[in-house]
Write a protein that binds this ligand. Structure first.
Ligand SMILES: [Zn+2]
Length: 230
C-alpha cells in the first residue's frame, strides 16, 4: 500500500479513547492517531513528495538530527501542507529554523514538556551519539505513548508509565538493542509494545524474549505502510 493511502485510511478509522491507530514506515518513523490527535514522529524521508494537504496533523516530533529520523525538506513539506507544529531536540533546531515558521517550531530538552492542541509532549534524554537527542512520552486524552527513538535504555525512562510503547530494538543504531528495549518495556510498565528500528530477525528475537520474560505484555510486529490498531 502506498504511504499516502495508508495515512488516509488511518485518518478514517474510528479510534476510541485509550486506543491508538498507527502506521510504521521504517526506522523510527510512525504516523499515529488517537481519539483526539494525529501526529507524525521521525518521518525521515518516507513522506517526501506526498502531499498531505487537507489532512489534520497536530504535530511532527523529531527525536534527533540523523538522516534516518530527520529529513528537512520532508518536514518543510508536511508543515506547509498541514500547518503542523514541529517539536524537536536541540540538535535539529538549527536546520529547521527559517524552514518552519517561528512560533510553530518548538525545541525540547530532556525533562521538558509542552502542550500543543491539548496534546502533552515530554522529551526524555536519550543515549545516542547526537546533539541532545530525545525520546518522547506523549499524552493524548487518557492514553500515554512512549517513543524510544533509537536510544539505549536510560534512567530518564524510570517511572514514566506508558500504555503503548514503540521501542527501538537495534539495526542500524549503535545504541539500541533487544536488552535495552526489554528494559524500556519494564520501566514504562507498558502492556502493548511495538518493536521499531530493527531487522525482522531482531524484532522476532525481541518478541520471543518478551514472551518468556514478560508474558502479560502484547507485542505487535508492525508491517510497514499498513494501518494497525492497538
Ligand atoms: Zn536511527
Amino acid at each position: 500500500m502506498s504511504v499516502l493511502k495508508a495515512i488516509d485510511e488511518l485518518i478514517e478509522i474510528p479510534i476510541a479513547e485509550g486506543e491508538i491507530g498507527f502506521i510504521f514506515m521504517g526506522f523510527s518513523a510512525l504516523a499515529m492517531k488517537t481519539k483526539s490527535h494525529c501526529l507524525v514522529v521521525d518521518p525521515a524521508d518516507f513522506l517526501k513528495g506526498k502531499s498531505l494537504a487537507g489532512r489534520r496533523i497536530n504535530a511532527i516530533l523529531i527525536t534527533h538530527e540523523h538522516f534516518d529520523h530527520l529529513d528537512v525538506p520532508t518536514i518543510a513539506e508536511i508543515h506547509r501542507d498541514t500547518d503542523a507544529w514541529v517539536v524537536c531536540n536541540p540538535g535539529s533546531r538549527s536546520s529547521l529554523e527559517g524552514v518552519i515558521s517561528g512560533e510553530k517550531l518548538r525545541t525540547l530538552k530532556g525533562g521538558e514538556s509542552i502542550e500543543i492542541d491539548g496534546l502533552e509532549v515530554t522529551g526524555l534524554e536519550a543515549n545516542h551519539p547526537a546533539d541532545e537527542p530525545l525520546m518522547f512520552l506523549v499524552k493524548s486524552g487518557d492514553i500515554r505513548i512512549f517513543h524510544g527513538s533509537d536510544s539505549s535504555y536510560t534512567p530518564a525512562i524510570e517511572n514514566r508509565y506508558a500504555d503503548v510503547a514503540f521501542v527501538p530494538v537495534g539495526t542500524p543504531s549503535p545504541t539500541a538493542s533487544v536488552d535495552d528495549a526489554l528494559n524500556m518495556v519494564k520501566a514504562t510498565q507498558c502492556k502493548r509494545v511495538v518493536p521499531i528500528h530493527c531487522t525482522e530477525d531482531e524484532a522476532s528475537e525481541f518478541k520471543r524474549r518478551v514472551r518468556s520474560e514478560l508474558p502479560e505484555v502484547t507485542v505487535l510486529l508492525p508491517k510497514p505502510m499498513k494501518v494497525h490498531k492497538l
